[in-house]
Design a protein around this ligand. Structure first.
Ligand code: SF4
Ligand code: SF4
Length: 342
């Protein structure tokens, strides 16, 4: 089922949906970029269509709604624990196809990676629904086609494509269809736009021999990478976090426990008791990150973690390209295999 609406009619429908829900979407923040006079596209709560940036790729991922950078899980006293209150309203998140695929990776880690589901994540996840933003043009850093994430056909309430003065929506939710019809939408079959080619291409090696761990391919990153962790924080599939207990009292028995985002690229991530550190060089950290995204996760779950959104390439202050690194690894693997390494 599909609907074509004018921008005014779509805005009216959105406002109707927002009466009982919150809408979380990419927003162009003018002048709030990393450098003077630069803009940034990041997620925020919106109330209408005019606030949503539908054409540009967001610099930061939607994931902060599911896994906030800093989240109070519960409060504790000497003999009581109380979980933190949360806004009980449903949230509708606008995102592109690659990010829809990233949701599957987040669910895999928080809900399907062990005996127990993460109850804090689940509570938020159960209240979240998605709107698919059609992709009419590939970003220059995107490599979603090679990662198989360029198209999404289910899991969303409706899709949005701006074509001229009209909004075209593929609608999967009956309540939304009713609202679109009431707001003057014209019923017509719609297929969400998706890209079929990217300028950036990657070759994912199928099998990676153990010898790649000692390959010189990682050495350049020990020199170039400054370990800032930006690549992890913008990544829609990075899920690492750390715990912080914040005490309100001197006796250390009253306070709150927070879950805080962590990065495998920054100093301290692999510190262990006794002063040990597993991955000291940035090259070792890059190796861990890259192989996790394109090999280790697949070995465990059957599909790759990276969705090819290209955000890590966009944000790196040292112009380190993740996609270029994948291709260097693929070449190194080919050489190792032809040399008979295992
Ligand atoms: S590793 Fe880079 S390209 Fe892959 S999902 Fe994360 S941010 Fe996107
Ligand atoms: S953003 Fe670039 S410099 Fe910063 S940790 Fe990632 S790869 Fe290294």
């Amino acid at each position: 089922m599909g609907y074509i609406l004018t921008k005014e009619a779509f805005d009216k429908a959105l406002k109707k949906l927002a009466e009982e829900r919150r809408i979380y979407a990419p927003v162009l923040k003018v002048g709030e970029g990393r450098f003077t006079d630069t803009d940034v596209v990041r997620y925020d709560f919106v109330t209408g269509l005019s606030e949503i940036e539908l054409s540009k790729k967001s610099d930061y991922a939607f994931k902060e709604i599911l896994t906030p950078l800093s989240e109070t899980l519960f409060f504790f006293t000497e003999d009581e624990v109380k979980t933190a209150d949360r806004d009980p309203r449903e949230v509708i998140v606008f995102l592109k196809s690659c990010d829809m695929h990233a949701v599957r990776r987040l669910d895999q880690i928080y809900l399907g990676n062990g005996i127990e589901e993460d109850s804090f994540y689940k509570e938020i996840r159960d209240r979240i629904k998605f709107v698919l933003i059609g992709c009419q043009k590939s970003g220059e850093d995107c490599f979603c086609v090679d990662m198989g994430t360029n198209r999404t056909t289910e899991g969303y309430l409706f899709s949005v494509d701006v074509v001229g003065d009209e909004i075209r929506c593929d609608v999967k939710c009956e309540e939304c269809a009713k609202i679109f019809a009431e707001c003057g939408g014209r019923e017509e079959a719609v297929e969400p736009a998706y890209v079929t080619e990217n300028a950036t291409r990657v070759t994912i090696p199928e099998n990676i021999p153990n010898s790649i761990y000692k390959s010189p391919v990682w050495d350049e990153y020990s020199v170039r990478c400054i370990g800032c962790g930006r690549c992890n924080f913008v990544c829609p599939t990075c899920t690492c976090y750390t715990m912080q207990d914040v005490y309100y009292t001197d006796n250390g028995k009253v306070g709150e426990r927070r879950r805080v985002g962590a990065s495998c690229m920054v100093d301290g991530y692999t510190n262990v008791a006794g002063g040990g550190q597993y991955r000291k060089t940035k090259g070792e950290r890059m190796r861990f990150k890259v192989l996790h995204k394109i090999f280790d996760f697949r070995k465990r779950f059957g599909y790759d973690m990276c969705v090819g959104c290209g955000r890590c390439d966009m944000v790196c202050p040292e112009y380190i390209s993740f996609s270029a690194c994948i291709n260097k690894v693929a070449k190194a693997v080919e050489e190792e295999v032809s040399n008979g390494s295992n």
